[in-house]
Design a protein around this ligand. Structure first.
Ligand code: FES
Ligand SMILES: [Fe+2]
Length: 413
């Protein structure tokens, strides 16, 4: 099957294997992970036409907190204005197009172009045009030259940006996920640490690996002690996300996940569980009772991805000691290192030539199948706002695909 070079990815025919039910479907072809043309089409369709997670909410908590991120290869400024509103703009001066900001920074009220010092307020209005009054331009109105705005929203402790005007709000796209996570109040959680990893694998391999616990026993022997295979259940309602839960989260001899105090006021189910949610396309969110481990994926090339790893802690009156935090952070770094090794190896196999699509284990890999179908939906959409939000499970206390019955399922309030 020579997929790749001449495949029309906007046609349903290209996605025939993944469009079968999970127990009959085939995995995605190698081209989806390795082909430059596919990568470019994916940047132009998926990442330009949907929401992309770019930061933790806490990174733009206060007025003037500013970050610069690349979305679908385009540079975007994200900031908090003086009235507390999130704002996002194209990172190009309206005079002659100079890049306004090179990097994350703290602004005091003005975005100033380094070239001729045009200045913009944090709401994007053009407020300074040095020396333009020396020879007034006929019909020149600063109001016509504000920064080009970009849609930005916070959801579940994450800031999302969309270059597409037609796509519904993040909350709407994510279906019931906002309700599921409401009890954690993740928008109040604080950033504790951030690290970046450059991974030699396609971004989808990192997400797919996150979505399935099939590999847990063999790739993560230590993680399997606190997040036992037998304690994994479905956590998947309607929405553009794939989820699973570990209930209960166990403790081990090193207290990897229990060294820090839990968030206040959690439900019995939230307080006992680890929630593992892959929001389409690029947000990987692990929510434990006492911390969040967030990964944001930025595709750099078919076989290269920047992973921003962020640890959030619930707001506590007393600070959490470095020692208590380090136990959890180092545990995640070990797990992440194991995942990076295996996804890089996955990438090498997919680029080596000769791979033909395989099959999914429904119990462990139904989320991977769901995710691939969301991808297919974006490629085959007739218009940017043409969004199919997948259904979820009828309830969380069902034995679907042989996963068993969760003893403490999430229940809608
Ligand atoms: S290009 Fe920005 S002020 Fe001239
Ligand atoms: Fe893993």
């Amino acid at each position: 099957m020579a997929m790749g070079m001449h495949t029309d990815w906007s046609s349903e025919i290209a996605w025939g294997g993944i469009r079968q039910p999970v127990d009959a479907a085939h995995t995605l072809p190698a081209a989806c992970y390795a082909d430059q043309k596919f990568f470019e089409a994916e940047q132009a369709t998926v990442f330009s036409s949907f929401w992309t997670g770019v930061a933790a909410s806490d990174q733009v908590r206060d007025a003037g907190n500013t970050i610069v991120r690349s979305v679908a290869g385009q540079s975007i400024i994200i900031t908090r204005d003086d009235d507390g509103e999130l704002r996002a703009f194209r990172n190009a001066c309206r005079h002659r197009g100079t890049e306004l900001l090179e990097d994350d920074c703290q602004l005091s009220g003005t975005i100033r172009c380094p070239y001729h010092r045009w200045g913009y307020s944090l709401t994007g209005s053009l407020i300074a045009t040095p020396r333009f009054d020396e020879y007034p331009l006929e019909g020149f109105d600063r109001a016509d030259y504000g920064l080009h705005p970009v849609r930005v929203e916070a959801f579940a402790g994450v800031v999302f940006v969309s270059l597409e005007a037609e796509v519904p709000s993040v909350a709407e796209c994510m279906g019931d996920l906002g309700l599921r996570l409401a009890g954690y109040e993740l928008d109040t959680w604080r950033l504790r640490e951030e690290r970046s990893f450059e991974i030699r694998a396609n971004w989808k391999l990192i997400s797919e690996n996150f979505q399935e616990y099939y590999h847990l026993t063999w790739v993560h022997p230590d993680l399997a002690k606190v997040s036992r295979v037998a304690d994994h259940y479905r956590y998947q309602g309607p929405g553009m996300y794939c989820g699973q839960t570990t209930t209960p989260v166990s403790s081990d001899e090193r207290d990897d996940w229990t060294a820090m105090p839990p968030a206040a006021g959690l439900t019995e189910s939230d307080g006992a569980s680890g929630r593992f949610v892959a929001m389409f396309p690029n947000v990987l969110l692990s929510v434990l009772p006492n911390h969040v481990f967030l990964m944001l994926l930025e595709p750099l090339a078919p076989g290269r991805t920047l992973e921003r790893a962020i640890w959030l802690l619930p707001p506590h009156e007393a600070p959490v000691s470095e020692h208590a935090f380090a136990v959890t952070r180092d545990f995640w770094i070990d797990v992440n290192t194991e995942d990076i090794d295996i996804v890089q190896r996955n990438q090498r196999g997919l680029t080596a030539g000769g791979y033909t699509p395989g099959r999914y284990s429904p119990r462990f890999e139904e989320p991977v199948h769901r995710f691939a179908n969301m991808l297919a939906d974006r490629f085959t959409a007739q218009a940017p706002g043409d969004l199919r939000i997948p259904d979820g499970d009828p309830a969380d206390d069902l034995d679907l695909f042989g996963n068993g019955v969760n003893p403490l399922p999430y229940r809608p309030a």
